[in-house]
Design a protein around this ligand. Sequence first.
Ligand code: NAD
Length: 481
Amino acid sequence: MDTSYPNTQLFINGHWKDAVAKKTIDVINPATESVIGQMAHARKEDLDEALEAANLSFQKWKNVNSFDRYKILRKAAEIIRQRSNEIARIMTIEHGKPIGESLAEVNLGADITDWLAEEARRAYGRLIPSRATDVYQMVVKEPVGPVAGFSPWNFPINQAVRKIGGAVAAGCSIIIKGPEETPASCAELVRAYADAGVPEGVINLVFGIPSEISEYLIPHPVIRKISFTGSTAVGKLLASMAGLHMKLVTMELGGHAPAIIFDDANVENAVQMIANNKYRNAGQVCVSPTRFLVHESLYEKFVEGFVKVSESQVVGDGLDPKTTMGPLAHDRRLDAMERFVSDAVDKGAKIKTGGKRKGNKGYFFEPTVLTDVPIDAKMMNEEPFGPVAPIAPFRSFDEVVEEANRLPYGLAAFAFTNSAKTAEKISASIESGIVSVNQPWMPVVEVPFGGIKDSGYGKELGTEGLEAYMQSKFITQKSSI
Ligand code: NAD
């Protein structure tokens, strides 16, 4: 397969350009650890250009009617589909995920663009009956203004498109700080929007030192809304900065999803679904199942099945069509996995399969199953964000709910049961933004996505995904004076 890889420039005011200071950052292929290209490294002067462009273009874009915005975005979706194979190839080279997963992600990027384009045509306000006969009371929706978006490396397109598509569809402009680990596929998304006719300045793409960019953009008076996807720790930092400056925020943060298998579940089906889901994107997914809680009567069977699925994963370069799990996206994740496992083992956990780095080139880590992991082990408390699966038994409904809700996170939760009553009870009891029963749920465009508690606030996708970039204005109008 073609292994060529493009360098990535900044996209500011409709032009692809190097950083003013000509600085660059290396990009590494996580399957080989070799440097494959460079991206431009934005500093303050580049951000100033982007801010000016976002400010000026917003004044025009907000007045483009929603039908015309819709037509441009639909065209962007078509362009993404036409280029999907090439974009997926680039994504796999820079990120490591299997080529089939990259292709699905690129196509989902097109679907999300379509959905947001359509929703923009239905950004209804409302008429509220007035107390006087000649007075109208209206609520209208307006775009919030220039947005600063921060999107991570785990889904280089799927995370960025929610922010870019939402903002552009609503009539906002956006400066997006793309993922430094995986810049080129995110840049291809922006290229597709630009080629479809999004006017210059409406989308600006920058890369650099994340804290330097957020500390400059968030307080800046031009920026009216912040949208961040990433870890809870960074999210709290950015949300507090935004709060100081009274900026609107959407925060899509970490999770630690319980996957609960009740005693009446079909254990063979459950293990197939949830174990394969665990290894999607090498577990680097905020809604990945991360604490497997299995009724004691099914425990042994479940562990045995999970180990089998884990050992059947084909770990390798994502460009190889046989690969089912690629490397971790960067070396920090590899270090983190080693730390999670050794901490658990030191505290008494048993490794049922995996547990270590695979090979010594590339950030590969073995699909790993652990039992007897004590509750104070790091991996039972911090988001693992990798291919490790701690499995623990439980006895009663109340006990498992207590464990599921123990952590400050509240993003996703999974449950398997053949009882409608248990399904209803567990959905109601779990503190989580998303509850999936009897299925290995993956995000789709029609439904809202987002967490509660330390997993953040605000939603992406669904009707809420557009709302996030709009604000309500109340207008009351008397027909004459
Ligand atoms: P990290 O906390 O250094 O970075 C996570 C993301 O936040 C990256 O995209 C990074 O560019 C960005 N970021 C970091 N500091 C920032 C700042 N001061 N201002 C603006 N953006 C900033 O961690 P990492 O090693 O890249 O990833 C590990 C952790 O991040 C994981 O454990 C996981 O919890 C979290 N994460 C979550 C998601 C998600 O989908 N919610 C995605 C990626 C990473």
